[in-house]
Design a binder for this molecule. Structure first.
Ligand code: PEP
Length: 253
């Protein structure tokens, strides 16, 4: 574990205005423990990134985006480039979240292009992978995860791969209240690390942060984070409440 960072990241999805972001940061400031053994990230809607950067500045909380487009600039109405995020002071960007795969036409192909664009701009992509309930029941979870991880990292050289974060997010556990058991989650996270080992060797595999996401909350965080191959969490619902988010951060400490 000492080879890699533990990262607790909130995914706010399409929630909170700029003023609500400021309020959240004030609550966080009151509750945040002085010593933190993990890195903390909050991924906010693109339009609220400047407000979040200002609000979290003194808290040692990094700001992340929830999506990025892979082209550098041009006629892509409504899109945001990796350079634009980097220039603002963003550190992380979620790529390939299952909601984007399901509702916004994200594919393994576009995920790969976004990962490459993010790394090119010196951002850390948080690459989401995960199986649906059907796929789990069909017994193809590991094949699917291997495919998602390998396609996301296609053409990414080793020195850049080590800057990626992989989030294992079983689709059936996102926003459903159903959490993977610590054993189920650890099994897949260990498999993800093995996949990275095959691609890049043991040294890189040891240094990549692999998170679990899917209804992580104060009541289950400690057990999940105790697993050696689970290096943090990507948290949706429970990251919207400062108190719950802090409890999860404390569980990682
Ligand atoms: C997510 O969307 O990344 C997520 C894990 O959501 P939730 O924690 O609400 O299941």
């Amino acid at each position: 574990r000492r080879y890699r960072k533990t990262i607790i990241a909130g995914n706010w999805k399409m929630n909170k205005t700029a003023s609500e972001t400021k309020k959240f940061a004030e609550e966080l400031k009151r509750l945040l423990p002085r010593t933190k053994w993990c890195d903390i990230v909050v991924c906010v809607p693109a339009v609220n990134i400047p407000a979040a950067l200002k609000a979290f500045k003194d808290l040692r909380v990094s700001v992340g985006a929830q999506n990025v487009f892979y082209e550098k600039s041009g006629a892509y109405t409504g899109e945001v480039s990796a350079d634009m995020l980097k220039d603002l002071g963003v550190k992380y960007v979620i790529v390939g979240h299952s909601e984007r795969r399901q509702m916004f036409g994200e594919t393994d192909f576009s995920v790969n292009k976004k990962v490459i664009a993010a790394l090119e701009a010196d951002l850390h992509p948080i690459i989401c992978v995960g199986e649906t309930l059907d796929q789990r029941e069909l017994g193809v979870t590991m094949e699917l995860i291997a495919l998602q991880v390998k396609s996301a990292l296609a053409g990414v050289p080793a020195e850049k791969a080590r800057r990626c974060v992989i989030a294992y997010e079983p689709v059936w556990a996102i926003g459903t209240g159903k959490t993977a058991t610590a054993q189920q989650a650890a099994e897949v996270c260990t498999f993800i690390r093995a996949t990275i080992r095959h691609l890049y060797g043991a040294r890189i595999a040891r240094s990549v942060t692999v998170q679990y996401g899917g209804s992580m909350k104060p009541s289950n965080a400690r057990e999940l984070l105790a697993e050696l191959d689970i290096d943090g969490g990507l948290i949706g619902g429970a990251s919207l409440e400062a108190e719950q988010f802090i409890e999860i951060i404390n569980a990682a400490n």
